[in-house]
Design a protein around this ligand. Structure first.
Ligand code: ADP
Ligand code: MG
Length: 470
């Protein structure tokens, strides 16, 4: 038989196979490409610098043994490392298998890890069986699109349609709590799983990743941990801000990241803040995050909030008047998770008390939630403080009355609402008798002017404001 690189490497593999687990074999030896044979020197191509180091650190004796068998005692091995993802290859300066770098005997180490019962065994590389840790209820279908999430959603969908083909690799989604980061990246995973059955998709929170890493050091199963993550085709790492300050975990993730990226695998991440604001993160890791696309999620605007509520209500199979939906959308503008929480309690309230969900029930439920969480300021507490101070009725503030004795308290209440809550001008107008946003602007300006010119007014407003400051 002709002695070419392919044959020699195949003979090496015969030996290697006998000594290591199937999983390690697949991870560390299948990706190796026999490149060329120069006399007694076999050159193999490996996907990354890290890959080379790992082989050298862990399998040098096994490789020696394999070479002895395939080429004889004077056989030599040289690595060529693939740089960048995709098509550019570069031969690095020759790196030959020499004496083991460490005193430890890598062969013994390999045998030992074979016996360790590892939590990181993927059931073969059969992607259909590999657990992805995805929640099937998060899909693109039930993710409502709006201005607040358009780019993030579009990029996520593109990645889901063509994993690792788009330039969105890695894809980094960031935004505050409850804005849909987990939903969106899980939707990517679910979509890929149902459209590309042969891909191994893995969703993991950064917290879980960290504790797995720590445990693998404790259990002496770091090799399995690495091998496990390196087999994945689509890695979804949620809440990377959690890795801040965890140097060793970051370093390990850095290697996994590089390996996956160089092997053309898709990486998706989320963070609660933009990468530039991630403190305690290694620069080299941060710079990797910028390779692909970074897209943010903003707080949903009113229309999106209405659409989200409608969708949730519809999914629950119940009917609620538009009036109630609008009230909810105007009252909760922080994040979608909170919005969902209110809808759920509303449904629970309705079924407990066996009554329909009307505006009154919605108001009661919302008030209840608000007082329970000792939520500082809200529109109702502001209205009640102002009406009490001026001795007017709540209905007056929302009425069309143009009496000065009503107009002033109404304008002050609007002013305080703007100052003390996050409500938009539009929502403030809604709560004060359905006025439009220009009326609210006018009210705020009037109060500002009065405070500048009228000392009593200045004091009164400040005193009212003081009641909310804790
Ligand atoms: P994050 O991970 O950003 O904290 P989540 O993805 O957990 O937020 O979202 C919180 C809840 O809000 C989830 O139940 C999710 O389904 C829902 N949600 C968020 N954004 C949307 C949206 N645009 N359409 C539908 N549901 C959404
Ligand atoms: Mg999340």
């Amino acid at each position: 038989m002709e002695n070419n690189a392919g044959n020699v490497w195949n003979n090496c593999l015969k030996v290697i196979r006998q000594h290591i687990s199937e999983q390690s074999y697949k991870t560390w030896f299948e990706p190796v490409i026999p490149y060329k044979l120069q006399g007694k020197k076999l050159v193999i191509q490996v996907p990354s610098q890290f890959f080379y180091e790992w082989l050298e650190d862990n399998y040098v004796q096994l490789l020696r043994k394999a070479l002895d068998f395939a080429l004889g005692k004077d056989g030599q091995l040289e690595y060529s490392i693939v740089v960048d993802s995709g098509d550019r290859y570069k031969n690095t300066p020759a790196m030959s298998v020499g004496a083991p770098k460490k005193e430890a005997n890598p062969v013994a180490k390999v045998e030992k890890t074979d016996k360790v019962k590892s939590p990181f065994i993927l059931k073969g590389v059969d992607s259909a069986q590999a657990e992805s840790f995805l929640n099937r209820s998060y899909t693109f279908n039930n993710f409502i699109e709006g201005d607040c999430n358009r780019l993030a959603r579009a990029a996520s969908h593109a990645v889901a349609e063509k994993p690792s083909v788009t330039s969105f690799n890695p894809l980094m989604i960031y935004g505050g709590v409850g804005l849909g980061k987990t939903h969106l990246v899980q939707a990517i995973g679910n979509h890929i799983k149902s459209h590309f059955g042969n891909k191994i998709v893995l969703y993991v929170s950064s917290e879980k990743f960290t504790s797995q890493f720590i445990n693998s050091i404790r259990d002496n199963s770091l090799q399995d941990f690495m091998a496990f993550y390196m087999q994945v085709d689509v890695l979804i790492l949620d809440d990377v801000q959690f890795l801040s300050g965890k140097e060793k975990t970051q370093e390990t993730f850095f290697h996994i990241f590089n390996h996956l990226h160089q092997s053309g695998k898709q990486i998706v991440m989320t963070s609660d803040r933009p990468p530039r604001d991630l403190e305690g993160m290694e620069d080299r890791l941060l710079s990797r995050f910028k390779w692909g696309l970074t897209a943010d999620l903003q707080c949903p605007d009113l229309e999106t909030r209405i659409a989200i509520i409608q969708k949730k209500v519809q999914d629950e199979g119940i009917e609620i008047d538009y009036e109630v939906i609008e009230y909810l959308a105007h009252s909760i503008d922080s994040n979608v998770r909170e919005l969902e929480g209110v809808i759920i309690s509303l449904i629970a309230q309705a079924s407990l008390t066996q009554r329909v969900i009307d505006l009154e029930l919605a108001k009661r439920t919302l008030n209840h939630i608000v007082t329970e969480s000792e939520k500082e300021v809200n529109i109702d507490t502001i209205v009640s403080v102002v009406t009490e101070h001026y001795g007017v009725r709540i209905a007056d503030l929302k009425s069309k009355s143009r009496l000065r004795s009503i107009v002033i308290p109404r304008q002050i209440a609007m002013y305080l609402t703007k100052e003390l809550t996050n409500l938009s001008l539009k929502s403030i107008g809604y709560h004060f008798g359905g006025r439009d946003h220009s009326t609210v602007i006018h009210a705020i300006q009037t109060v500002n002017d009065l405070m500048d010119t009228d000392k009593d007014m200045h004091e009164t407003v400040n005193k009212l404001m003081q009641q909310f400051k804790r």
